[in-house]
Design a protein around this ligand. Sequence first.
Ligand SMILES: [Zn+2]
Length: 376
Amino acid sequence: MRAIVRAYHLVKEGTSIMPDNAAPGAPQGTVYTGDVIHGKKVISALNVNDLAPGQKHLFYFQGVGMPTGQHWYVSVVVAKGARPGKRVVLTSGVHGDEMSSVHTVQTVMNQLNPAEMSGTVTAVTDVARPAMESMQRRWPNSGRGPDLIDMNREWPGNENGVTAASRHAWILFNRLLRPNADAAIDFHTGTTGFNVTAFNLGEMNVPEIKSMLELYPVGQIFDNHAYPGVLHNAFVDVGIPAFTPEIGAARVLNLQMIQLFVEGTMNVLKHHGIVAGPMGRTGKDVRVFVGDSAFPILATQGGLVEHLVRLNDKVEAGQKVAIQRNNFGEVVAEYTSSVAGEVTGQRSDAMSEPGNPLTFILFNKATPDVRETYPE
Ligand SMILES: [Zn+2]
């Protein structure tokens, strides 16, 4: 109800909630606002086709407006090849606490030499900028009090959405990301308090996506459509093959794991003909477990959690994976897996209340669900 009232006021007062120079539909060319921040030109629309070839271009892109009247800006690096070719978009920071995803994209971009490239790679490292400022998962929305918005449930966004995260998603998707993507990769990690393995999330039944997923030397593939509203699905829904790498724990840089995803992403750029040279290690060089479902094991009690298995361990149906103790040290719960598979995620915070996911087991369902949602 409050949302309706708010929307009414916006219409009534003729207040634009878009940047001044925003136009409906896809932009025809790169739009420079005339502003410069820290030496970087500010743009409000990007078309990589009109940038000078054979060099890197660094911009701030003007995102959604803030309550104070200024804007959130995101950092954009474009490696524009000397010769034309495919265009790949790399994103990170849709969740603000997932630092290994940011470093993976930065490392790939730093390895690229546009003078030797055929095609263009565009990187946006800090999509949910206000979430990154406090290194937290969700966007702190001020519109209706202290809401925290999971931006990876908002794509492709809504131009007139009631939350800033929704409007920011619309601006970025329509004026920055989609117009410059023939393929896209949205990098993530586990979340604060919950670690995951190195894995890729994407749909193996889409040939263009499968061929990219198999180019990563990482041990697990989660072959699942995942939530509606995640960024990679917004790309897929408009015909752009996309997927989501998950790079271990939140909040930290796991340099060893990052290197695997850098190698896989360079393979993807070679696969699309943007970068020349021999393939690095791929899924063929490691043991890859492919599962189409994740079995959640939820805490039923409060208390300290003690894991009995480790990430990437194989588990059998009926195997005990964790126990929980109360403050007297008594065991108050024992947790077993109902399925056979591999451990793909584990709670890393030692204390848990009832309802929290403790363990996710990657496995194959006899009849996988088309649309699954998982407890968070
Ligand atoms: Zn994430």
